[in-house]
Design a binder for this molecule. Structure first.
Ligand code: UT7
Length: 329
């Protein structure tokens, strides 16, 4: 029987207009453009300021553009998976809200929360639905309004994150293109170093949790940095080894954009040269689930059919992983 793989057949992304630059941050907190640039690689990030707009609006705009690009209607979509860490609300899922906003009346939909690794966890999950042969059009969204959980008086976190997201369409392929392998990992003990303290069932929102600023991102940057460097680099090397891919075989590395120094270390470990690495952290910061679709979208014109692409991520949880994609168009 012919093996069905899930090919990425269209990519789109969306970011809000407002730009929060390092220069503006210099006026808000005790920091400098030099510190932010040298420690993270970030120069500016997009922030969603429109009242009443949320992660689902980022996702819905990305999906609307995706459908247009591929020339299909929302009714044709079977499934929408949204990877997000900043859902519109605790429930229902943001994917349900995106489905409603774009008119995907025949789709079922749900969210995946794996922090910064969410998009690749969702991509691997979505690909399995296609591989069964039962589903023909699956959309995977990665979107976050990180500004909704960032304390803009905390210089250790507010310089890093931005808002944005994107979406890809997965369709069946029988010629060996698409998502060919994935390695996904979790270590829940890492939660101590990167989490949101309140707002869940452990510590429901109260006047006290708000006063204690417990609804913002809590991150022990140095510890997360060490785990991110090791794990993202190791898992990227592992997926190459087990598929007998040399650095020459790899056309592109698409790393989660959390810190330029983590990206450089991953590329070095894989033996992949800088020109093969997609890097746009400078203009977007860390958009959590948005980083990888934003890279796919910006580099789409450079990809060639048959290119071997390694996608890698590391995030809160801890979660991390890598995916091997053979580009289909
Ligand atoms: O995507 C999800 C996973 N997250 C990550 O991968 C993030 C991983 N971590 C990082 O990227 C880095 O750890 C950060 C960018 C968050 C921080 O960089 P760092 O080189 O690890 O800095 P640090 O936390 O060790 O802080 C060094 C110094 C401290 O001052 P002292 O104690 O040495 O006097 C900080 O208070 O830099 C200070 N600092 C700042 N200074 C100016 C922290 N933030 C700032 C700032 N501006 N914005």
């Amino acid at each position: 029987m012919t093996k069905i793989t899930a090919a990425i057949t269209a990519v789109n992304a969306w970011v809000p207009d407002y730009l929060l630059t390092n220069k503006v941050l210099e006026t808000m907190i005790d920091t400098t453009d030099e510190w932010i640039t040298s420690r993270t690689g970030i120069k500016e990030r997009h922030i969603l300021k429109t009242p009443g707009e949320a992660t689902s609006d980022i996702g819905a705009r990305a999906v609307e553009g995706l459908l247009k690009k591929r020339g299909i209607s929302a009714e044709e979509i079977d499934l929408i998976i949204c990877a997000t860490t900043t859902p519109d609300m605790q429930f229902p899922a943001t994917a349900n809200i995106i489905s409603d906003k774009v008119g995907a009346k025949n789709a079922f939909s749900y969210d995946i929360n794996a922090a910064c690794s969410g998009f690749i966890f969702a991509l691997a999950t979505g690909s399995k639905f296609i591989e069964t042969g039962q589903y023909k059009k699956v959309i995977v969204v990665g979107a976050d309004k990180m500004s909704s959980i960032i304390d803009y008086t905390d210089r250790a976190t507010c310089v890093i994150f931005g808002d944005g997201g994107g979406a890809v369409l997965l369709e069946p392929n029988i010629d060996g293109f698409g998502i060919l392998d994935s390695i996904l990992r979790t270590d829940g003990s890492g939660r101590a170093h990167l989490h949101q303290k309140a707002g869940g069932s452990l510590k429901p929102a109260s006047a006290e949790t708000v006063a204690a600023k417990e609804h913002y991102v809590y991150q022990e940057g140095q510890t997360v940095f060490k785990f991110a460097v090791t794990n993202m680099a190791d898992v990227s090397a592992e997926i190459m080894e087990r598929n007998h891919l040399t650095s020459d075989d790899v056309a592109w590395l698409i790393p989660h954009q959390a810190n330029k120094r983590i990206i450089d270390a991953t590329a070095r470990r894989m033996g992949v040269s800088d020109e093969k690495v997609t890097l746009n952290i400078e203009r977007y910061g860390n958009t959590t689930n948005g980083t990888i679709p934003l890279c796919l979208w910006e580099w789409e014109n450079k990809f060639k059919k048959g290119d071997n692409i390694i996608i890698a991520a590391f995030g809160g949880g801890f979660t991390w992983g890598s995916i091997w994609v053979k580009w289909a168009y």
